[in-house]
Design a protein around this ligand. Structure first.
Ligand SMILES: Cc1ncc(COP(=O)(O)O)c(C=O)c1O
Length: 436
């Protein structure tokens, strides 16, 4: 993925000897493809709730990690994983109560039509499987995604993940459309434009003899810059792909599992009916698990003919972790907490009333803050954005940045974030902006 918040070699000399030595060993053995966050990388050794701790025992407020969505090392998930690890770990080719129980609990959180689940280990695999199914069902090959989407790393999925950068070639059957931009367009324009752009992409595919297979969107457009509202803006685009005989795949890897506060799943906020929903990241609160929830009609023919097996996907430990996550979201009221604390945090960010803060947007605990050099012209300020991300890191608060102009602060804390945590973040941001 093109990296907005990354350590660069220029900062190497500013690090202490131990940090330099570990980075050198890491580069030597892991090679050149990996990136580290922050000008001064973090060396973390422990996590608990919303906090992370480094080698010196310093505590950092985590306002970024959406995998440990229930908080780092949540006791209920740790207990579920360790208990099941000590009993049995096999795969989905044996009968096991846990996996069926988990799939039933998971699908019950979806609208009735989305009643079957298939399990993978990563979100990339889930989207990869979604493409295979969509192509099989529709007989088409065309895929429509947004300009800066990230859907994963397999060969098939990288072909429609433009945020990987210009060196990663998009597939010839892929068309991209601009993500809806609530900062620069009115709600009506945004909704109309997105639908129109998807129709134009469908027409272009057909002109090139390519039948559309699917439209895929992250329902909060995370890597495109976080566009949550107004609710319902996805509808015309989803109608367009359905009219063209293609499927709509909602990528809920980032917004899913209650993060948007208003709904368990991001697509529900838009009142649309996906054919497949891909899920992952917070699904096991750190245990690697992902999957697809779909309409039975979509898989009815593909299933018997193509079969499906994934050695680790849906194993009994994953099922135990996933069940503990769903139980915790319900027991601790985390979707409601995301809604309330998210609103409180957005109010706090807006109350800073700083000219560099052009826009505060989001839903629940998925928030984007657009940093601008000139609020009237809405001109992006990527340099200040980098200074803010690193300034907060110096104040031991972790966020990151995204968007086409690298100027959108990405705030995505664990769902157990409290009002007090939110106030810490707002105060620190105010402090960074004052000291710039
Ligand atoms: C929206 C979205 N979809 C899919 C993926 C891929 O998930 P994974 O990294 O588990 O393969 C990501 C990962 O960042 C993502 O953000």
């Amino acid at each position: 993925m093109s990296m907005v918040n990354a350590f660069s070699r220029e900062d190497f000399e500013r690090l202490n000897e131990a940090e330099r030595a570990l980075i050198a060993r890491r580069e030597k053995v892991l090679g050149p493809a990996y990136r580290l966050f922050y000008e001064k990388p973090l060396h973390l050794v422990r996590g608990e709730g919303v906090f992370l701790y480094d080698t010196a025992g310093e505590r950092y407020l985590d306002a970024y990690n959406n995998v440990a969505s229930l908080g780092h090392c949540h006791p209920r998930v740790v207990e579920a994983i360790t208990t099941q690890t000590a009993v049995l770990n096999t795969h989905t080719r044996y009968l096991h109560e846990g996996i069926v129980d988990y799939a039933e609990t998971l699908t019950a959180t979806f609208p009735d039509a989305l009643s079957q689940a298939m399990f993978t280990c990563t979100g990339s695999e889930a989207n990869d499987l979604a493409v295979r199914i969509a192509r099989y069902v529709t007989g088409g090959a065309g895929i429509i995604a947004t300009d800066l989407a990230y859907h994963g790393l397999t060969s098939a999925v990288a072909e429609f993940s433009p945020s990987l950068g210009e060196s990663v070639t998009l597939g010839p059957h892929v068309r991209t459309v601009a993500a809806p931009d609530s900062y620069r367009h009115s709600p009506e324009e945004m909704m109309e434009k997105f639908g129109r752009d998807v129709r134009a992409a469908i027409a272009d595919l057909k002109r090139h003899g390519i039948k559309p297979a699917m439209l895929i969107t992250d329902t909060i457009f995370s890597s495109d810059g976080i566009f949550a509202g107004p609710k319902g803006f996805l509808k015309p685009a989803v109608d367009a792909i359905h009219e063209a005989g293609g499927l709509f795949v909602a990528d809920e890897v980032q917004p899913g599992f209650g993060r948007t506060g208003e709904a368990m799943w991001g697509f529900e906020r838009h009142g649309v009916a996906p054919d497949m929903v891909t899920i992952g990241k917070p699904m096991g609160n750190g245990y690697p698990m992902a999957g697809i929830v779909l309409r039975p009609e979509v898989i009815a023919d593909f299933g018997p003919r193509a079969r499906y097996f994934n050695t680790f996907g849906g194993n009994p430990i994953a099922a135990a972790a996933g069940k503990a996550v769903l139980d915790t979201i319900r027991i601790e009221g985390l979707q409601q907490n995301a809604l309330e604390v998210g609103r409180h945090l957005m109010d706090g960010l807006r109350s800073l009333s700083h000219p560099a803060i052009g826009d505060v947007r989001g839903s629940g605990l998925f928030i984007g803050v657009e940093i601008v050099a000139d609020p009237a012209a809405k001109r992006a300020d990527a340099a200040l954005t980098t200074r803010i991300v690193n300034g907060l890191r110096e104040r031991r608060i972790l966020i990151s940045a995204s968007g086409p102009n690298a100027n959108i602060l990405k705030i995505r804390p664990p769902l157990v974030f409290s009002r007090e945590n939110a106030d810490m973040l707002v105060d620190a941001l105010g402090d960074v902006l004052k000291s710039r």
